[in-house]
Design a protein around this ligand. Structure first.
Ligand SMILES: *Cc1c(COP(=O)(O)O)cnc(C)c1O
Length: 542
């Protein structure tokens, strides 16, 4: 397809070998050990050698390196494949373990979980049925019971591991929809089709909740109008008074609220919706309360902050992402429900897999899951709990929450930045702002659009210039690889965001990244501030 390729990347025709030699079995057990040791050695060296979180490579630079590899021409040799992997992946990986990776909800991973990952992929149990997993089924159930116990969901609670918070939220809303339809059907003529009920269903959730709520609604056959956003207070928490208004409005309009989704740790701000007040309203209205604790679930193990989740024990269902605040590798998430019986809405029987006649006798996890073949992700949490123990994991989360509080004080005192809310968890949303210009200085952004240099036009253009400066700072940081930060939009303005999940990040790291950020933003702002009539909106972000 493409031009001539360097020899090292084209590979040579592999000698005809028995392909069965590539299968893990008794005979290849030693080869397996060697191969994994080599691979792990490479990763260990890359991790140890990463002096920055990212190389700064651009998508355009990396794409041809990947695309020119002919997947029909194997290298045959693992050492050559690993060397190639270095070129296309490891050298330019994004390193979440680096203390200056401050961007998204990605955590450095704990070693016991990596051990679990190695074991579970080699044994390759599938957690759909007992006859494909044996002990794995009971171990998953034990981790689920442990989590439900920490949540305080009571003796009838149950749950299942999922691929992530998105899937956990989807399953929660499926269960809620089915329960709501059961109730609705009671008052309807026999045989009323589901399709006629769906348009009456509503989900109430905070404006800052995760977009998987909307996606789930779509997958569940609900229209875009079915998800009603409830406004938040100054701390970005769902306002219970407005939730109450909305519940009343729905009732008056003959609509059925199938679920209220509260967020325990919003993705943007880490804010925790007021769970006790929300639970009161749900209880009074007889509405399913789903708590999305994908981010905040780490508090379950916190020796000092478990109380921040008070009220979660009243939820009908809860999402936890162990791969966020329990320092687990992706993927590791679960959906927990207060009443295990509702999981029957996900139960289907196949004669070849989980026949109905054995359902009473065999513990088949597929009966509770949206997935069929499913990884034994629970093993990672299992080994984490067995080796480190919950307090040690909880202390790791505490450390990043403490760090965030300290970082907020630094940011709040720094005139170069505006910070949106004081964090409860470990997220900081802020923006660089230009200092008051010294007399004789001429940075006045927007002057070009408003020759008088005054009035609303000036303010608008200046805001845009500050937006661009912030966007530029983020991109410049990433391009240099010195640090990775995220960006988001708050009230129409571009902001920067730290999501702190690395207990090895120090306040000095934070200060250093803030200095770099301010440097890039300032430079861009000054260079971009026109003294002519050049429109600022045309300023490229990069
Ligand atoms: C990350 C997140 C999700 C989605 O979880 P995934 O594991 O990425 O699918 C859902 N809700 C919240 C609040 C999150 O932070």
């Amino acid at each position: 397809m493409q031009g001539p390729l360097p020899d090292a990347l084209t590979g040579v025709a592999a000698p005809v070998a028995d392909p069965r030699s590539h299968l893990l079995c008794g005979e290849t057990a030693e080869e397996y050990r060697r191969l994994l040791t080599d691979g792990v050695g490479r990763v260990a060296a890359a991790v140890a050698g990463a002096d920055r979180p990212f190389s700064g490579v651009s998508p355009g630079d990396l794409a041809p390196r990947v695309r020119r590899i002919d997947l029909d021409r194997p290298l045959g040799d693992p050492a050559a494949a690993l060397a190639e992997l270095e070129e296309v992946y490891l050298r330019d990986a994004v390193w979440f373990h680096h203390p200056r990776y401050l961007a998204h909800l990605n955590c450095p991973v704990v070693l016991p979980a990596l051990l679990g990952e190695a074991v579970l992929s080699a044994v390759n149990s599938s957690l759909d049925t007992w006859d494909q997993s044996a002990g794995g089924t009971w171990m998953e159930r034990h981790v689920i019971d442990w989590t439900a116990g920490r949540l305080g969901l009571g003796g009838a609670a149950d749950g299942v591991f999922t691929s992530g918070g998105t899937q956990s939220n989807l399953q929660a809303l499926l269960l809620a929809r089915e329960e709501a339809c059961l109730l609705l059907r009671k008052n309807l003529p026999e045989g009323e089709p589901l399709g006629r009920l769906l348009p009456r269903l509503r989900v109430l959730t905070s404006r800052d909740s995760h977009f998987s709520v909307q996606k789930s609604a779509k997958l569940l056959g609900l229209g875009p109008e079915s998800v009603i956003p409830v406004d938040t207070d100054g701390d970005r928490r769902m306002r219970p008074d407005l939730l109450a208004d909305e519940l009343r409005r729905c009732e008056a309009a003959g609509l059925t609220v199938m679920a209220v989704v509260a967020t325990a740790g919003t993705t943007d701000f880490g804010s925790l919706d007021p769970l006790p007040a929300v639970a009161d309203l749900c209880e009074r209205a007889g509405v399913w309360l789903h708590v999305d604790a994908a981010y905040g679930c780490g508090l379950l193990a916190s020796p000092t902050r478990r109380h921040l989740l008070d009220g979660v024990e009243r939820a009908s269902s809860v999402t936890v992402d162990y791969h966020k605040s329990f320092f687990q590798p992706v993927s590791s998430s679960a959906l927990l429900v207060r009443d295990g019986a509702v999981l029957r809405h996900a139960t289907y029987h196949a004669d070849y897999l989980n026949p109905a006649r054995s359902a009473e006798r065999l513990p088949n996890q597929v009966d509770k899951s949206l997935q069929t073949t499913r990884r034994f992700d629970a093993l990672k949490m299992w080994l984490t709990l067995r080796i480190m123990g919950p307090d040690a994991v909880g202390r790791l989360f505490d450390e990043v929450v403490d760090l965030s509080a300290a970082a907020w004080r630094v940011l709040d005192a720094d005139p170069r930045f505006e910070v949106v809310t004081e964090p409860v968890l470990s997220t900081l949303v802020f923006r660089w702002v230009p200092g008051a210009p010294a007399a004789g200085d001429a940075p006045a952004a927007g002057r070009g659009e408003d020759p008088a240099g005054r009035g609303p036009a000036r303010g608008h253009a200046a805001d845009r210039a500050v937006d661009q400066a912030n966007l530029h700072a983020r991109e410049a940081l990433a391009a240099s690889g010195e640090a990775l930060v995220a960006s988001t939009v708050v009230d129409g303005r571009h902001h920067l965001k730290f999501t702190l999940l690395n207990p090895r990040t120090t306040l000095d790291d934070i200060r250093a990244v803030l200095d770099l950020t301010a440097g890039y933003a300032e430079e861009h702002f000054r260079a971009g501030a026109p003294t002519t009539a050049a429109p600022l909106s045309g300023t490229p972000a990069g």
